[in-house]
Design a protein around this ligand. Structure first.
Ligand code: F1P
Length: 346
């Protein structure tokens, strides 16, 4: 284990933000760009990280499916920072992408859950998420833990770079410390989500929409439903709806809209109006106390508010619950979905 992450196993990441990547902290601060490689849910965590790194650190970020990156000839320069994110630490595509990046001179930093896994060994340095074992195949708490680690790395980097004011940094850190309580509260939507699941469990398709930080959440919500309920679901940036998916909307189509209070709130309200005008059934995830959206939609699920960059950790919870309940009601094995492996090692 010492060899994996250079002995910097960190027990409490909240206090030792860059504890796992100290040797490369300066390289990260000076990076001209960051590339993130991952698969599935971890790739969605990478998308959130893109927004966070770009907003706070002003470093350009590209997020690549490891399964594509490894088979093409990507432009990687000596000293580029490549983050590899993986729950299992064994995903073959992610490992191959890391090896490719390393062969081109990149600094490869791992974010993974399983101590001593292959990905931790291939990383130059990295951070363990310590989310505990995922019981099922579909990644859930690993997603939240990946976001926590990546947010802390981005915030600390931004502070050292001087791209975030100290006051703002501290405010977001306080919000981050309050996330566990908010996640607990979001989990209390369980009974309400179960009732919604009962209504839509036989739907053939679902659409998930989000903007900004909630766009990757829409993708993740759709993936969870596909993985464990075998219902076709598409996640889309809400603003892209008018460029195609709007044609799918009718009274048969449940549309899950992640519409928490953030800088794109007014725009997502317009998107909800567009869906309702076409008779789509809207299930909206909103911030506590929202008095506008509940009057416009078919179902609302309230979650506690937080800084918009941290919202994915909270807003993803009811979507995980929705997939879970629909899967159970359809008689699917939520822990071992058909055709899926916990570690995709081929
Ligand atoms: C990536 C992943 C998971 C998904 C399933 C298949 O795994 O796509 O996100 O839920 O388990 O593998 P990992 O690299 O994060 O372990």
């Amino acid at each position: 284990i010492k060899d994996c992450f250079r002995g910097r196993l960190i027990a409490d990441e909240a206090k030792l933000v860059l504890g796992g990547i100290r040797d490369y902290a300066t390289a990260l601060i000076n990076a001209e760009r960051i590339v993130i490689v991952a698969c599935g849910t971890s790739w969605h965590a990478g998308l959130v990280a893109e927004y966070i790194f770009e907003e706070f650190c002003r470093i350009p970020v590209e997020v690549e499916y490891a399964s594509e990156f490894r088979y093409r000839n990507p432009v990687i320069k000596e000293g580029d920072i490549v983050f590899a994110i993986s729950q299992s630490g064994e995903t073959a595509d992610t490992l191959a992408a890391m090896e490719l990046a390393k062969s081109k001179g990149a600094i490869v930093l791992g974010v993974c859950n399983v101590v001593g896994s292959s990905i931790s060994r291939v990383s130059h340095e990295g951070v363990y998420t310590h989310a505990g074992p995922e019981i099922g195949v579909a990644s859930t708490k690993a997603f939240t833990a990946q976001l926590t680690v990546l947010t802390m790395i981005a915030l600390k980097t931004a502070l050292r770079k001087g791209t975030i004011a100290e006051q703002r940094y501290r405010e977001i850190l306080v919000d981050l410390e309050n996330i566990p309580k908010k996640v607990e509260k979001a989990l209390k939507t369980d009974e309400q989500v179960k009732k919604i699941a009962e209504i839509y469990k036989d739907a053939r398709n679902f659409l998930y929409l989000g903007r900004g930080y909630n766009f990757p959440v829409a993708l993740e919500g759709a993936l969870k439903l596909k993985e464990i309920s075998y219902i076709h679901a598409e996640g889309y940036p809400a603003a892209e709806m008018k460029h195609g998916p709007i044609a799918l909307i009718d009274e048969e189509m449940p549309v899950v809209v992640i519409a928490t209070r953030d800088s794109s709130y007014d725009k997502i309200v317009s998107n909800i109006q567009e869906v309702k005008a076409r008779k789509g059934k809207v299930i909206a995830v909103v911030s506590e106390g929202d008095s506008l959206i509940p009057g416009m939609v078919d179902h609302t699920i309230e979650v506690p508010g937080t800084h918009e960059s941290l919202m994915p950790m909270v807003s993803t919870i009811p979507l995980q619950l929705l997939s879970y309940h629909i899967a159970v009601m359809r008689g699917c094995n939520v822990d071992q979905p058909r055709n899926l492996a916990k570690s995709v090692t081929v």
